[in-house]
Structure formats: structure tokens, C-alpha cells
Design a protein around this ligand. Sequence first.
Ligand code: HMG
Length: 388
Amino acid sequence: MSVGIDEISFYTSNYYLDLRTLAQVQGADPEKYYTGIGQEKMAIAAPDEDIVTMAANAALPLVERIGPEAVGTLLFATETGIDQSKAAGIYVHRLLGLHSNCRVVELKQACYSATAAIQMACALVARQPERRVMVIASDIARYDLDTPGEATQGCGAVALLISADPRLVSLDPEVGNYTEDVMDFWRPNYRSTALVDGKYSTKIYLKALKRAWEQFRQASPLTFSDFSRFCYHLPFSRMAQKAHQQLVKLNRADLSPAEQAAQIDATLLYNRIIGNSYTASMYIGLASLLENTAEDLAGQRIGFFSYGSGCVAEFFSGRVVAGYRRALHSEHHRALLNARREICYEEYLKLYRQQVPCDGGEHTFPEGTTGRFRLAGIFHHKREYIPC
Ligand code: HMG
């Protein structure tokens, strides 16, 4: 029996800032963003949008297809937690009308935790192959204004169904992990924006890739040449290009620059116009690969490198299933991205500053999202979510 990813659906905000606009305000060369970090646009959350509404929006198409009774477990990965105690997934459980027998839990380890959730989901499905596990990753990436990280902000959520005999990608059991206690990126409880040692974080990312790959090679019979495509964690698309160059070099693979690019280019398309969505980022990259590759990928192997600052990393692999195109939500995703509205710098600043208050007061939020769920306000310390 194979276990893996049966379906993927993602969601991002209906607002974006073009990085040319940011560069213009900063007096910087737009090519620093478009080419230097490989990003064009960043998604900015609406004032009535948070990880819960984005998650519910991402998961809705899956629940509409399989029915709310079919989800046995919901694993919610995020580093934009809204409560120290209650799992954000429980709000999603109610909004989607999932069964009261469905277990819900939240996982955290920076951008890596969706991968931990998927591995746990695979183990659950291996024990009970008739059950389906939903993994949702949802995050809003925020850095201080006028810092190098600002241009790498973004937001998004992805929902994945993990099942036996999956229709998209069958995952191999062998993995390579790397963990090290480092302070490259972190967000203490009293901050709404991340602290980051940017250049150091890119070095640690590459070190973790090398070490996770080496361990993967010990665990798995697969070699570099067995893979046709690679999905990397995508803080910005240039990071994946650098990572892939390193892996190619490490394996002394005889590939032209064009051949190297072809192994990752399709994974970058959505991220370039959404920005970093932390836990969701690599899996939006997988959707981008499957939905934008003209060649039939059936039977081909994909290598995945998941990285979460702090840090934990994992290299793992999967094989694309024959007929996978029938299970994709390509049209829905393209329509979502095409319907977004560009905002000017002043609107961006307003949205940036309009984040959910943490003063313990009563608040009503203006309507802004075009999604199916919104955060109406906070009353008596409780977030109130409603369908639109
Ligand atoms: P910076 O210091 O502003 O950028 O920020 P830079 O000056 O190093 O320039 C970046 C690149 O643009 C350079 O290319 C420049 O040469 C080029 P490189 O040397 O890297 O190849 N450049 C230009 N290219 C064309 N035309 C121009 C031009 N000007 C410059 N005119 C930094 C870069 C990544 C540090 C910053 O964006 C940052 O701090 N980002 C946030 C941290 C981050 O994303 N780290 C990535 C690894 S950690 C990770 O992935 C985990 C994370 O997702 C969080 C989690 O796990 O929860 C972040």
C-alpha cells in the first residue's frame, strides 16, 4: 500500500504589493527584488483575515469533495499562532463542519512543522488506511518595516489530504533529518514580527540541506540522478536556486544551467507572486510544480527539502502518481491569483498596521477579504469567525 498526498488546495489574500512599488519608495533598484531575491509580489492579509480564515478557505474545496465526515484527523501547522492553549484548527473544524470524532492538534517548528505533520499523517494512515488525515499549513510572514526581510513577506495557507493510494504523490518512508539549536530567525511571544539574522539564516539553510541530504542518502537507495524535480522550502525563490546549485555541486551532477533550472523552475512560479508563507511555502511550491508543468510527471521522483529556522530540516522523496492531473485544483488556483488586487504603498502601510490588536479590548474588523470566511472581531477575548 502506498501513502501520500491525495489532494492539495491553497489560498492566499486578495491583496498584493508589487515589489517595484516597495523599491520605488525605498529608492532601491527593483531588480534587487525581481532578480536578486527572485520575488515580484507579496500577498498582504486583509484586515479581517488570519491563519484560521486562510486555513478554512484553503481546505473548503477538499471538504466539499470528500464530505466533512471523511476527515479523521486535522493537523494544523503554523508559526503565526493566535492562542497559547487552544489549537487554531478547532475554529477551522467548526467553520468546515467537521465531525466531532475528528481529532485536532496544532504543531510548531517554524516553516518545518507542516512536514512533521505530513509524516505523522502518513503514520496514522498506515495504521488505519481507511482514514484520511487533513494537514493544513497557514501563516502570515511579517518583518519590521525597512528591514531586509520586508520584501520577503507574504501570506497563505495550504490544505493537503493524506491518504492510502494517493492520487498525487506517493511518499517514500526514508527521510534525512538535521536539527541544530541556532538563532537565525525567531519570534518571541511579545513580538508580532520576526527577528532574523538574514545572511546567517541563508548559510544555515544551506548547511542543513547538506546534512539532511547526506543522511537521506544513508537511509534511501535513491541517488541524485533518480530525481527529476526538487521542491525546496521557499522563503524567496533565489534561496531555492542557491540550494539547488549546492546540491548539484555536492553530487557532482553533470547538468547545464538550463537543465538545473528545469528541475526547480515550475515550483517557484506561485511563490514569486505570493511571497513567503512559512509552513505553507514548500507545499504551494509543489502545487505550482504539478499545475504548471506541461510534461506529464507521472512516475517521476520529486525530492523535497523542508527547512524551519531554529532549526529543523528534512529531505524526503515522493513519486508522482499516474493520472495526477485529474486531482488538481489548477483552475481554482489560477482564478484566485488572477482576481487579486494590487495595492499602493499607503494601502500596504495601512494593512500592515491594522493587525489584530493584542490589548485585550473589544474590536470589530472592517470587511476586506474576498474569501468565504472572515474574522469579524474580538469580543470578551474571543475571536469571532463567520462565513461570508
Ligand atoms: P539583503 O541583505 O537586503 O540582500 O537581504 P542582499 O544585499 O544580500 O541582496 C540579495 C541579492 O540580491 C544578492 O544576490 C545581491 O547581489 C542581489 P546574492 O549575492 O545573494 O546572489 N542584488 C541585485 N541583483 C540584481 N540587481 C540589483 C541587485 N542588488 C542586489 N540591483 C536577505 C537578503 C535574505 C538576508 C533578506 O531578504 C532577509 O533577511 N530575509 C529574511 C530571512 C530569510 O528569508 N532567510 C532565508 C533562509 S531562513 C528560512 O528560509 C526560514 C524562514 O522561512 C523562516 C522560518 O523557518 O520560519 C525565513
